[in-house]
Design a protein around this ligand. Sequence first.
Ligand code: FES
Length: 160
Amino acid sequence: MIKHPIKQGKSPQEGFKNILSKHKRENSELIPLLQEVQERLGYISQEAVGQVADHLKLSASEVFGVATFFSQFRFTKPGRHTIKVCLGTACHVRGGARILDFVQDELQVKPGGTTEDGRFSLERIACFGCCALAPVVVVDDKVYGKMTPFKAMKILNKYD
Ligand code: FES
C-alpha cells in the first residue's frame, strides 16, 4: 500500500523531511532513501531526486544515475491501476511476449511507464508463481490466466 504524504495530512515537503530525517547523510543511505521515497510516493519524482541529493550532498545527476541503474525504481507517477505482464519461462513459452506487445500497443505505453490518461501503469515481471495459468496478467491484485490478446482487450476495458 502506497502511503502518500499528502493523504497522511502532510505536505510533500514535510513528507520528505520526515523521510530524510531518518537517514544519515552518508552515501550508503542512498538506496534505502530512494526505496522509502518510492514506497511513500509510488515513484521517484524529480523533486525527490533533488531533495535526496541535497541531503546526501550529491548532485541530482549522481542520484538519478544510481537510481536508473536499478530496475526497482520508477520515475513516472503510477497509474490508477497497475497491469503486470509475466514473462517468466512458462509464460514466455506460452506467448507472454505476444500479450505484452498487445498491451503495449493498446495502451501506447512501455513497461515502466504510465498511460497519458493515468489509467494504467505497465510492468513486466519474471514469475507470479502461478505458472499453470500461463500466460498470466495481473491487474492490481487480480490474476488473469490463460491470457490471449482478445481476453486482454476485454480486461483492459473493465478498468476506468
Ligand atoms: S512464469 Fe508466469 S507465472 Fe510463472
